[in-house]
Design a protein around this ligand. Structure first.
Ligand code: NOJ
Length: 463
């Protein structure tokens, strides 16, 4: 078995997000947010569940940090819930919310685990949504920057790694085009996703400016953003399919990262969308360009892309869920896999190389990668997650190949630590390396937890 060794200071971690694990949705002064409200609407979450209790991480902090320590991770990526800290999104601060995150951060540091904090993993405070219209409001960047400032002030002495947004394109597309995530809008699918993303980008840039001007020199931390990615593989060698795949990249990663790199959206988006795509002023461009210390990459799968003349203003390609060859063969992925796509490890290498080339070889952190599985009724079957191990082995080997080819990957965060609330899928999808029994909240390691523990100890992957 060939072994691929990682660099000495490579960072291994696991990742979660607040609404997916915390629970305690209305405890200790927390204000409601859009996911609290959205999940209550009938029919929105497939199994009728919500993250109101989730896996009750809020009341299991010590246990959960101890379990991370036993895994040997050097870092933990989690998100802060805006309305736990500012119940109305602005104004009065909830000190109990601040105390909760202080306790988590302190426990992590005592355990030798570095906190990587995402400021926004999809929970717009309901008050801001209802008063101003959330991400569709052009002044929302000031609210986000004020919230970010508060977090830097209160936690930045100990938190040295920040991310502004998680998966801005998912926020825009799922929340404003398809209506499958909060706030569930489908009224103006041709314009609102672009407006939402525009405001997310400006909010990001403003928060980063706050960090750089007021905190970074003393606190000595770094700030980035986490993007949702898939590898678009051309369905054939035909030039039109290759161009369609190129555009698919533009309409996902390019949409959210080109503005941060060179101050504007990709030309192919402008060409197809025209006025529907908002524009940046010169001052805004100045704020956007270079507004990150590293790029966070969430990556799970590849999709096959072919050209089509019939589609409208989107990138005019057809996304096939199944790749031709080179895929890992998992029954679960062929059947009910929620997002469509294939487990194609080499697509991960190609994606990383592409991001690195396009954006001037920036430092990259893999902020999410992991394996989708249906939730199984039998605990013993759920714990025997050998497919996850196969997936992780192959994907980590592909990541190593990208690093060998010169991609500057600093760290890797496995999604996810626990089976948790998977948004509109509810609890029907199990992505954790720990199983959680919802009758007693007992956490049990799956086989993949032992696999990951050994991989971290060896700092190597064998394939
Ligand atoms: C994307 C999101 O960041 C995370 O919240 C989600 O659970 C996983 N990827 C899996 O879909």
């Amino acid at each position: 078995m060939a072994s691929r060794q990682f660099p000495e200071h490579f960072v291994w971690g696991t990742a979660t997000s607040s609404y997916q694990i915390e629970g305690a949705w209305d405890e200790d002064g927390k204000g409601p947010h859009i996911w609290d409200a959205y999940a209550m609407l009938p029919g929105r979450i497939k199994d009728g569940s919500s993250g109101a209790i989730a896996i009750d991480h809020y009341h299991h902090l010590e246990e959960d940090v101890a379990l991370m320590k036993s895994l040997g991770v050097q870092a933990y990526r989690f998100s802060m819930c805006w309305s736990r800290i500012l119940p109305r999104g602005e104004g009065e601060v909830n000190e109990a919310g601040i105390a909760f995150y202080n306790r988590l951060i302190d426990l992590l540091l005592e355990a030798g685990i570095a906190p990587y904090v995402t400021l926004y993993h999809w929970e717009m405070p309901l008050a801001l949504e209802m008063t101003y219209g959330g991400w569709l409001y052009e002044g929302i960047d000031d609210h986000f920057a004020a919230y970010a400032r508060l977090c830097f002030e209160r936690f930045g002495d100990r938190v040295k790694q920040w991310m502004t947004f998680n998966e801005s394109n998912a926020i825009a597309e799922c929340g404003y085009r398809w209506g499958v995530h909060a706030p569930g809008r489908m009224a103006n699918p041709d314009t609102e996703p672009y407006l939402c993303a525009h405001h997310l980008l400006l909010s990001h840039a403003k928060a980063v400016a706050v960090y750089r001007q007021e905190f970074q020199a003393q606190q000595n931390g770094q700030i980035g953003i986490a993007h949702n990615t898939y590898w678009p593989e051309p369905a054939s060698e035909k030039a039109e399919d290759r161009e369609a795949a190129e555009r698919a990249f533009d309409f996902t990663v390019g949409w959210l990262h080109d503005p941060l790199y060179r101050g504007d959206y990709p030309a192919s988006m402008r060409q197809r969308l025209g006025e529907k795509l908002p524009s940046f002023s010169p001052e805004e461009q100045k704020l956007l360009i270079g507004s990150y210390d590293y790029i966070g990459i969430n990556h799970y799968l590849s999709k096959s892309v072919s050209h089509s003349d019939e589609l409208g203003d989107d990138f005019s390609g057809v996304i096939g869920t199944k790749m031709k060859e080179g895929c890992l063969d998992f029954d679960a992925w062929d059947q009910g896999y929620p997002h469509g796509g294939s487990a194609y490890p080499d697509g991960f290498r190609k994606l990383l190389e592409k991001v690195s080339q396009r954006y001037g070889q920036p430092p990259i952190v893999i902020t999410e990668n992991g394996f989708f599985q249906e939730t199984l009724a039998e605990t013993s079957a759920a714990l025997a997650d050998d497919d996850r191990i196969t997936y992780l082995n192959a994907y980590l080997a592909a990541m190593h190949d990208a690093m060998t080819a010169g991609v500057d990957v600093l760290g890797y965060f496995l999604w996810t630590l626990f089976d948790n609330f998977e948004w509109s899928e509810g609890y029907q999808v199990a992505m954790g390396i720990y199983h959680v029994d919802h009758t007693n909240m007992r956490r049990t390691p799956k086989r993949s937890a032992a696999f990951y523990q050994k991989l971290i100890a060896d700092n190597a992957v064998s394939l």
